[in-house]
Design a protein around this ligand. Structure first.
Ligand SMILES: [Zn+2]
Length: 79
């Protein structure tokens, strides 16, 4: 399974956290961005998960993580 691009920050680094399975077939996947910790289900409407269609105010530039000390805490997700 190819990691999905994050709808919020555009990172290609994501992890599949959960899969919805029906009759042995995956019907949806919940992804979590490894860079900004955003989570989404790939069956959500394109207006919610397509970076080109989402409202710009929900986009995040993670090049300066110090600007978002509460939102971006990837160390909390390291195993
Ligand atoms: Zn992200």
């Amino acid at each position: 399974m190819t990691p999905a691009q994050c709808p919020r920050c555009g990172s290609d680094g994501s992890t599949a956290d959960f899969r919805g399975v029906d009759d042995g077939e995956t019907v949806w996947t919940i992804w979590r961005c490894n860079d900004c910790c955003f989570s989404w289900r790939d069956s959500e409407p394109a207006s919610a998960i397509d970076r080109k269609l989402r409202a710009g105010e929900f986009a995040l530039d993670i090049s300066d993580p110090g600007r978002f000390p509460v939102v971006l805490q990837p160390s909390n997700f390291q195993k």
